[in-house]
Write a protein that binds this ligand. Structure first.
Ligand SMILES: NC(=O)c1ccc[n+]([C@@H]2O[C@H](COP(=O)([O-])OP(=O)(O)OC[C@H]3O[C@@H](n4cnc5c(N)ncnc54)[C@H](O)[C@@H]3O)[C@@H](O)[C@H]2O)c1
Length: 231
């Protein structure tokens, strides 16, 4: 959707196959980058490479995330959770989002752009205490909500807005690791719009937040959850 709207994309993933898959079918001006966002040096190298090859980053979509689940998809209880699980989850969802956001702000401090945008991804799980996600997942997504607000304050003088999207259940590989299609009927009983969401629903919100027209919105969170949770 962003490509169709005229954005040039740098698609970043720790799996180059996943990044290339995202770009499949698009014209060649976009580029895939292999980066593990938990690694400070890799994130710094990534931004250097993207800015040298494609130009200054106007819009950062901080979407990479993990929900680590044991085989079988059962949510580990807090009493059974390991510190390793907590650290691995926070490394991607909280630290990785922070590292990308910080690098974006550093780059834009050196070389401002007209409409800078940072769009983070939290989750309905962080707002309601979760469904199948672990405590580590839910708390790391809560960190994104707070990071969005402080970053919005700091980035405002640079003309950069910082917002987040809180999706409900979206039909992606992450969801399907913990929620089989057979469970959809029970889930959607609590969704006024009567269906599980999809990547396009989230992309639509991102496209709006990235636009110049969304320039007076910062520090906010857009719920994309079919009405499952209303403020
Ligand atoms: N699917 C849902 O129901 C749902 C709900 C709420 C929030 N979210 C959030 O939406 C975002 C996208 O999730 P998704 O459902 O598309 O998940 P997904 O698992 O389908 O995709 C996540 C991508 O992040 C990449 N990634 C993971 N760790 C990385 C790292 N260290 N460095 C670089 N890339 C890394 C993975 O390779 C993968 O391609 C995540 O932040 C997730 O927490 C998803």
């Amino acid at each position: 959707m962003l490509a169709a709207a005229g954005y040039q994309l740098a698609v970043v993933d720790r799996s180059i196959d996943a990044a290339n898959q995202t770009l499949a079918g698009l014209v060649e001006s976009h580029k895939a980058y292999l980066t593990d966002i938990t690694q400070e040096a890799q994130v710094s190298h990534l931004f250097n490479a993207v800015e040298a090859e494609l130009g200054p980053v106007d819009v950062l979509l901080n979407f990479a995330g993990v929900m680590i689940t044991p085989p079988g998809g059962q949510r580990p209880s807090i009493v059974d959770a390991s510190l390793e699980h907590w650290e691995q989850t926070f490394a991607v969802n909280a630290r990785g989002s922070f590292l990308c956001l910080r690098e974006m702000l550093r780059c834009r401090q050196r070389r401002p752009v007209e409409h800078g945008r940072i769009i983070n991804v939290s989750s309905t799980a962080a707002q309601i205490g979760g469904y199948n996600g672990s405590a580590a997942y839910i708390a790391s997504k809560g960190a994104i909500l707070s990071l969005t607000k402080i970053a919005a304050r700091e980035a405002a003088p640079m003309g950069i807005t910082v917002n987040c999207i809180a999706p409900g259940a979206m039909d992606t590989p992450m969801l399907r690791a913990v929620m089989p299609v057979e469970a959809d009927a029970a889930y959607v009983k609590n969704v006024p719009l009567g269906r599980v969401g999809n990547a396009q629903d989230v992309a639509s919100a991102a496209l709006f937040l990235a636009s110049a027209e969304a320039g007076y919105i910062t520090g906010s969170c857009i719920d994309v959850n079919g009405g499952m949770r209303m403020q």
